[in-house]
Design a protein around this ligand. Sequence first.
Ligand code: PLP
Length: 391
Amino acid sequence: MTRALIDLDAIAHNTRLLARAANGSGVMAVVKADGFGHGAVPVARTALASGASWLGVTSLREALELRSAGITAPILMWLYAPFEELDDAVLGGIDVSASSTTALETLAGAAQRTGRTAAVHLKADTGLSRGGATAAEWPDLLAAAVKLRDAGLLEIRAVWSHLAHAEDPSDPGLGRQLEAFGLARAAAREAGVESPLIHLANSAAVLQLPETHFDLVRPGIALYGAEPVPGRVFGLRPAMTLESTVILTKRVGPGTGVSYGPDFYTDRETTLALVPAGYADGVPRGIGGRASVSIGGVRCPIVGRVAMDQVVVDVGDSPVVPGDRVVIFGSGAGGEPTVGEWAEWVDTNAHEILTGIGTRVPRVHYSVESPNETSTRSPSLPVECAEITPS
Ligand SMILES: *Cc1c(COP(=O)(O)O)cnc(C)c1O
């Protein structure tokens, strides 16, 4: 019924495009939140085969999932409670970000217990006010890190930060962040941190702000093919197609109420098509009458409220029948909406739409370039996806 087709060739294309834009800097493919809903392991493998050399995740659980799949590339994780036990991170050779001296002590404790050196990326807060040490805290963080390094517990692998608004190069906040980052790097040098990796750029910065590239860039959304800068097109290819099937149609007269409420009534005789995809599958409930899907290459509006498991589409007088394919979003090549359009309709970003695709929606990975990256062939797939294989 409803499923997400994941085009691994698009991931490969996007990785190569980002690596070219990075122009010599390394690429850390950000595969947090299960690869933005695309499946972290197949995305990671494809990105690593296409020019990425690092992987970035939020949690230890995400990092260990990659290691369990046999992925040996360097991995950075950056979100955990400072009282969390990090032994498995150290044992798994996973680099850990630290924003506070408490976090450093926790990591050093894990190094002591496991008998291994822990690799740390010291994070500076340069204006986002989320993770990272403020300018006032930075000298203490550096001093503590150097002490633990000299004790043989830590290797200081990197100094890094995150941008607040790389989408707009004219934003004065950007200049302030770059300046603060420069001061943080200078302080690290003075404190005796020797040639750490420096990384800062997210997708928008990789593509339009070369001054943010340094040693390593960290694209997320662009890997998945959503254009990160409003009004600019860099040639990324959307990797996910969310598709479903019409399971019932009915002819109704004017004035027919549709779905809960109802807050929609037909204004003419028309055909309604039932599609088994609702907000539990990631179709946002707050579409407010703006969203459409593609059936047989024709855009048709979703009418009435989005329910947990289903939506109703007004197909007018089109000869739609049960079994017809419905494209909720895709590359746009066949006239269907893109994830970017969905994001505009519900006033959010592509990140939220993609990571909101429900866990009950099967992810079906395919690749024509490297069919071996996928597992077995599924017999029920549309012809244009002959190499598709379930994950
Ligand atoms: C999510 C994230 C990224 C990727 O950001 P995009 O805007 O999706 O490219 C990079 N770095 C950090 C720290 C992140 O949390």
